[in-house]
Design a protein around this ligand. Structure first.
Ligand code: SDX
Length: 424
């Protein structure tokens, strides 16, 4: 990193701070020395804070650019697939044909879960939200792998990678089967990653089930588009949990919990619920007005982003995929898709949304595709979590492979100063 200096004058003192320039993106001011000057920085929500150095993903919010190890998301969506993108994210380079074959086969060898894990599901009500179940069962995975828990060892980290990437679809499909009272379906290693997931979701022991290749391709595209996104809330949660030395299964479980919120990954479920509530294009103005009303907590779900102040490149690819899937399935006039496209058009012409630079994000169209594939709304955020597992792991692995300190932010304290307990 090239370096220059910033000067801070505060409380009559002048402090010099190093400024680092990355390979692209904003320069950063290194404020680590401030604590020895009796100062903290203050940045609730980390709007202006770079929490770490990373080489995995770059986002330019003004230009709507998303790069994974330098490759634009549009090119990966068009020419790659989820598992190849997983390899790229974690190892840093695209694999040779042989390495990709090895990677795919190694994932296939880890798709089953320990039979004891099946019993964890019985502790939940059938109508439990699948994200609650995923938080539990993914965290519980660490109980089964005492043989490889030294994560300073790269080999132990790599086996955890394969276990997580391979088992997330199995555990997710088990959530759905449990919720509808059907038997768990074992993975099939002759199927692709996405086709295997759809097989475990929708096949039954009673009859042969053929995965529709159109749906498998759409599922894989959805996985790829959600794979990683720099230091978002759930990835930052995983890094913070990992900084204490917690095992990767517990860290990924903390990422699942953070993703669940409607302001983050839970938005895809909230978008569908919102579109169903709107119900007809004639009601769109009513909901646009609610979104603009400061006294109404309602927000246009699937719109806005902390970083993208222009279009979210994933939303553009997602919209195109939506159109392709709905046409391939013969439901091009899907009313929800029509409402979504009209909602986008009206919002992008409305001065409120234009002034606040609110554009559709990755969650706006994804739910329409998932619904067309047959995934129930309650499973939408589980799909996001499955896909983002590679991003969470890649950031955890990058941190564990370098120098890191336990994350321990400070605060601006505005509570009582010292006072004595009243004498009885
Ligand atoms: C994801 O960080 C990531 O990278 C996340 C993600 C990933 O891949 O990991 O991209 C995935 O989480 C996408 C975001 C999904 N969330 C939603 O779609 C929920 C709806 N959107 C918002 O709640 C909101 O836009 C956030 C949470 C996404 C961003 O919030 P910020 O950056 O904290 O911005 P803000 O809440 O301060 O909003 C700025 C202004 C506010 O108005 P003012 O107070 O300035 O008057 O814009 C308004 C907000 O009220 N606003 C909205 C709005 N989003 C922001 N108004 C109506 N509808 C919205 N959706």
């Amino acid at each position: 990193m090239t370096e220059n200096k910033a000067t801070l004058s505060v409380n009559g003192k002048t402090i010099e701070l190093p400024v680092y320039k990355g390979s692209t993106g904003p320069d950063v001011v290194d404020v680590r020395g401030l604590v020895s000057e009796g100062l903290f920085t203050y940045d609730p929500g980390f709007v202006s804070t770079a929490s770490c150095e990373s080489k995995i993903t770059f986002i330019d919010g003004e230009k709507g650019v998303l790069l994974h190890r330098g490759y634009p998301i549009e090119q990966l969506a068009e020419q790659s697939d989820y598992l190849e993108t997983c390899y790229l994210l974690v190892y840093g380079e695209l694999p040779t044909a042989e390495r990709l074959e090895w990677f795919r086969n190694t994932v296939k060898n880890h798709t089953m879960v320990h039979e004891q894990l099946n019993h964890f599901y019985n502790g939940f009500r059938r109508d439990a939200h699948p994200m609650a179940v995923m938080c539990g069962v993914v965290g519980a995975l660490s109980a089964f792998y005492h043989d490889s828990m030294d994560f300073s060892d790269q080999d132990h980290r790599e086996i955890a990678l394969f276990r997580l990437i391979a088992k997330m679809p199995t555990l997710a499909a088990m959530c759905y089967k449990y919720s509808i009272g059907q038997p768990f379906v074992y993975p099939r290693n002759d199927l692709s990653y996405a086709a295997n997931f759809l097989h475990m979701m929708f096949s039954t022991p009673c009859e042969n089930y053929e995965v529709d290749p159109v749906l498998a391709k759409a599922m894989d595209k959805i996985f790829l588009l959600h794979a990683d996104h720099e230091q978002n809330a759930s990835t930052s949660t995983v890094r913070l949990a990992g900084s204490s030395g917690a095992n990767p299964f517990a860290c990924i479980a903390s990422g699942i919990a953070a993703l669940w919120g409607p302001a983050h990954g839970g938005a895809n479920e909230a978008v569908l619920t919102m579109l169903l509530e709107i119900g007809d294009e004639s009601r769109i103005p009513e909901f646009i007005a609610k979104a603009k009303d400061k006294n109404d907590p309602f927000r246009l779900m699937g719109f806005g982003h902390r970083v993208y102040k222009n279009f979210d490149p994933r939303a553009k690819v997602m919209k195109q995929t939506c159109d392709e899937v709905l046409n391939a399935l013969g439901c091009a006039d899907d009313p929800l898709f029509r409402i979504a496209m009209r909602l986008e058009q009206i919002a992008l012409e409305d001065p409120y949304f234009v002034s606040k630079k609110l554009y559709p994000n990755v969650d706006f169209y994804s739910g329409i595709i998932l619904r067309a594939i047959g995934i129930p709304i309650s499973m939408f955020t589980v799909i996001f979590a499955m896909s983002r597992t590679i991003g969470w792991f890649s950031h955890w692995n990058e941190m564990m492979g370098g120098d890191y300190k336990i994350g321990r932010p400070r605060q601006l304290y505005t509570g009582y100063t010292k006072r004595d307990y009243p004498k009885k």
